[in-house]
Ligand binder design. Structure first.
Ligand code: BTN
Length: 267
């Protein structure tokens, strides 16, 4: 199966911008960090950084991200969206949705769900994490780095013991080795039209039905670990600006901007 090099990815790309400049490295500390540094020096929208090893991969909420070398996809995509900065958090959800639909094309037999804000899960185990980081420079303006870690061909024993129970890979789920170049190209091909559509819109509204169709949390009782503390209620989908709609035990509806969602066991 082919490594996600420019030679292998370019023939599969139908994008006009995303991934057209592709930096493929054997090892970088963090693809998000490298993409952000290149962005600060004026790199163009669509730049893609892919690495086979990422010794200090970053996760959400200051966690680290583990990825078994040469088996998975760890990459970062640079965007320079011309929208108000309040809309930036919507991008991570848009990327999760595009990745979800690209995996549906590649491994249609798998039922993969979306877990707000931007995880992809198979049978309750994490397949993919997304970390978006943004900055503004006086010279080049707004930059958003969309960092994606997708467990593709990693066998169970390649995960550290603490991750073995809660993580999975496409290969573990499907029983077959998957082509990383095809998955990467499929994601870029699906994400570009979504992103262009989203830039023209005022919010994520057009994408909400697709989100709801794969929403793991919808209608479930959840506890959210937020910077303001724990909050519990029933998840009711997402709002057009990407926040989680949560029905509180007293019946009020609240919108949660960020946090980790933990599911209550099914009744
Ligand atoms: C999460 O915590 O779920 C998000 C994980 C994001 C990991 C990816 S791997 C490629 C990119 N580079 C990084 O350092 N992190 C992101």
């Amino acid at each position: 199966m082919s490594a996600p090099t420019p030679d292998n990815v370019f023939p599969l790309l139908s994008t006009s911008m995303l991934g057209r400049q592709l930096i493929y490295e054997q090892s970088v500390p963090s693809t998000n960090r490298l993409a952000a540094e290149l962005a600060e020096r004026g790199a163009p929208e669509g730049l893609l950084v892919v690495a086979e090893r990422q010794p200090t991969g970053r996760g959400r909420q200051d966690r680290s991200w583990f990825s078994a070398p040469e088996q998975n996809l760890t990459f970062s995509l640079l965007l320079r969206p011309t929208v108000p900065s309040a809309r930036i958090p919507e991008i991570a959800l848009l990327a999760a949705l595009a990745l979800h639909s690209s995996l549906k094309a590649v491994v249609p037999e798998l039922v993969i769900s979306l877990k707000w804000p931007n995880d992809l899960l198979f049978e309750g185990k994490k397949l993919c994490g997304i970390l978006c980081e943004s900055a503004i420079t006086p010279e080049y303006g707004l930059q958003v780095v969309v960092g994606i870690g997708l467990n593709v061909n990693c066998p169970r024993q390649a995960f550290p013991p603490e991750l073995q129970l809660r993580s999975t890979s496409l290969r573990m789920a499907s029983g077959e080795e998957q082509d990383r170049s095809r998955i990467l190209a499929e994601f870029l091909n699906q994400f570009e039209p979504c992103y262009q559509h989203w830039l023209q819109d005022r919010d994520l509204g057009a994408f909400l039905p697709a989100w709801q169709a794969a929403d793991l949390l919808y209608g479930r009782n959840v506890t959210l670990d937020t910077p303001a503390g724990l909050v519990s209620g029933q998840a009711q989908g997402i709002s057009p600006d990407g926040r989680l709609r949560l029905r509180l035990p007293d019946g009020r509806l609240t919108l949660v901007s960020c946090g980790d969602a933990h599911l209550a066991p099914l009744d």
